[in-house]
Design a protein around this ligand. Sequence first.
Ligand code: GLN
Length: 486
Amino acid sequence: MSLHTLSIAELSRGLDKGEFSSVELTRYFLARIAEKDPALNAFITVMAESALAAAAQADTRRAAGQAGRLTGVPIAHKDIFCTRGARTSCGSKMLDNFVAPYDATVVAKLAAAGVVNLGKTNMDEFAMGSSNETSWYGAVHNPWDLSRVPGGSSGGSAAAVAARLIPAATGTDTGGSIRQPAALVGISGIKPTYGRVSRYGMIAFASSLDQAGVMAPSAEDCAYILSDMAGFDTRDSTSVDRAVPDYVADLGMPLKGLRLGVLTEFMGEGLEPQTAACVQAAIDVYRRLGATVVDVSCPSLPLSVPTYYVVAPAECSSNLSRFDGVRFGHRCENPKDLNDLYKRSRAEGFGPEVQRRIMTGAYVLSAGYYDAYYLKAQKVRTLIAADFQRAFSQVDLLVCPTTPGPAFAIGAKIDDPVTMYLNDIYTIGANLAGLPAMSLPCGFQDGLPVGVQLIGPHFSESRMLSAAHAYQLETDWHQKLPAAYS
Ligand code: GLN
């Protein structure tokens, strides 16, 4: 049986019926990782021993009739989530030697639901990047074409899921890091509303934008994982105290009558024609399914990239100050004095992209430039949020591409930060406004996957996942596998 082609629902049913055990599943996926990951580099750490122990425990729970629907299902975590007893590197040399003493809430909640964690996935250093090339552990390769990037920063999770080395994986999204890689490897990925999922134990990049979410082949798979991942957490001050719907039960919400707004700003210049055609075809499917489709304009949205590249570096320059070679992480050899220790530990521990962000952030927050950059960016952020709010008085969900084009070649953009940053032009707005958004596979351009993005009002995850599910009942893009991994 090809266990790797089963959905989470099918895995859960199979476990229930005793068609396979969690230990068997775990062995199967571990073997698949051992065989296929060397070419992809999607994992930083594989946790075979603890995974098999958790799987045995899951089997015992199931035998005792105490299983939830995820009990025994294997997943992997982006290496940004603290995982007790395991290296948690955040893709950085700085934390190469860091073994987390506690579990992130996301890790703990999913473990409590019985999922089996097979390991930690590769990522751009401190989640800064759109190609997974800034990782200290090396680039990740796109399973559709190994010479291309899988997107970033959750590139390891994306490649692992696309190659079906794992049924689903967690990711984080500060400016698009779940949706952009999901699009570039042909899987689904949801970034929930800011505050929906706890940030506790998730290594901070830009705290007002960071949000954890799920990457999996289908929206249905995402619904399964998100239901057990979301929820209020007293240890995260921006976590929202609001009941978590059962996103799986809500998948059947009727689509008829859905008002879908096409984001006009994102359908024109800069968008590659074949990608545009795939997105148009997806919009046509919605029309056929009974959605009302109208054009919607968010005029401030094109300002989201420059706004983000002030706000995110500002927050990261503050968040990353804790990595000083004293309390955490890499420490240089033979420091002359305390200043030398700070300077060299940080210069050696952080890669060039992280250093660029810290310097930009320190600059925009400095007394002389604060008003001109940081304060201005916050004002524009408010305008962008207001644009979205207006849009959602007219429509239920917005639709647009996830990226301007398909996966680019490894090395193509890494030396040109601005070109790299522009890859996130369609995704960053949702983070600035704290909105939920997701990417769904909707076709191919020259043999490479293309994604369509849905953006919704705060806490509209049920609506969004059900609309995504309706689309995936009509199409099979999410079931396509790269030849070498089918
Ligand atoms: N690519 C964007 C950046 O480099 C977004 C990263 C993210 O969402 N973590 O900052």
